[in-house]
Design a protein around this ligand. Sequence first.
Ligand code: FAD
Ligand code: SF4
Length: 460
Amino acid sequence: MDRMKRTPIKEQDPKVRANNFEEVCLGYSLEEAVLEASRCLNCKNPRCVGDCPVSINIPEFIEQVKSGNIEEAAKIIAKSSALPAVCGRVCPQESQCEGKCVLGIKGEAVAIGKLERFVADWSRENKVDLSEVEENKNKKVAVIGSGPAGLTCAGDLAKKGYNVTIFEALHEPGGVLVYGIPEFRLPKDTVVKHEIENVKKLGVKIETNVIVGRTVTIDELMEEEGFEAVFIGSGAGLPNFMGIPGENANGVASANEFLTRNNLMKAFKEEYSTPIRVGQKVAVVGGGNVAMDAARTALRLGAEVHIVYRRSESELPARVEEVHHAKEEGVIFDLLTNPTEILTDEKGWVSGMKCVRMELGEPDASGRRKPVEVPNSEFIMDVDTVIMSLGTSPNPLISSTTKGLDINKRKCIIAEEETGLTSRERVYAGGDAVTGAATVILAMGAGKKAAKAIDEFLSK
Ligand code: FAD
Ligand code: SF4
């Protein structure tokens, strides 16, 4: 075995998968997982753990995989993470745990994410019970939102013996894991539902179709329904737009709406009648994970798809793996290109998109080189559908209906980094609602910190 090289992982052929919604990556077999685990040096001072936002004991679980003891590996991961099959699939490991693995200095980092995924899938297939709960404390905690932040906070508190109820606005729990990230990256019925079921097995109740701020307010939950603390994990679901002419045309959608129709409302399945419009030629504006997901979804629905991004490839915020997969499947990248107007036909439908070419100038406040317009470079891109993927912001509904809850200019709830405590006593917040659109594992990390702080406060 060459210790510097990763054990390859099987994937669906790009030509085949470009026409279906089945999962792209097929995962390791037991033999492959053991082989990959045996590359780990079991470092005395494991740099990988320090860069895991939920501090999974990575060398310890990998050691168990190496010995073929997968159930024990699952138990080690479960101490830190309620959603390992999700994280193993969607975490940006290359910039977290794997980015710090010593083997990555001279060769390829251990495939920590793929091993985590293997362990989680194995324990699901082998029905391993991971629900260890302390004695009941008879104290009620409310969690708003059932995305990764809410599920993690709820799961950790339930393990400590609290009676936790999650209030979720949508008809299905899971947040972005069910309505945003597509099936071909994160299967819903097997992976996501199972991990939500594991949280429920800890005793967490999930009430769907409850919009906090409309159906019930935080003040009512605390003052009338006896909840002693509240965690807000309501995400950042409001899409941003460019503000260019023509953005209201028929055939323009936000990536969130497009993906929700497809994922949650199953537009890609013939037996569902959810309306979704994908023309012949689609422009997806933006370069993040959400843009890649929208582009790859539109491609699978039969369109020619262009990613339109104003910076160059090295500034693309999406994960390297997602960009690589999108390219393999046939998504076309129009980089250093910026839309200036969406053109419409006489019936108000998109008939093209005016764009300008860009070049990179001096670094801006984010440290990335600022794109500047190339003079006289205007051209018209021939497209009939435009999907805007320019980031999202938190919905102000909760902050505007809760007494004393402070938000910042970006409408994000202000919360202490270490505890998630907001300006309102006994109200905590974390995940995208606090940071703006970020990642699953950061949301989980915030949910974990808040659960610890809530437990410390309620145990006084
Ligand atoms: P969310 O997952 O947004 O969950 C919030 C929940 O709160 C939702 O279910 C919402 O319905 C509910 N809610 C909102 N308001 C209320 C209310 N008033 N009352 C009750 N419930 C409410 N991250 C990665 O790490 N890797 C990826 O590959 C990745 N890909 C992504 C792809 C897409 C398409 C999108 C949109 C995001 C992606 N992300 C990815 C980001 C990641 O999914 C988010 O950062 C993460 O889900 C945030 O978790 P959260 O729990 O804070 O919020
Ligand atoms: Fe194993 Fe890499 Fe972590 Fe060291 S840094 S313990 S080699 S995964």
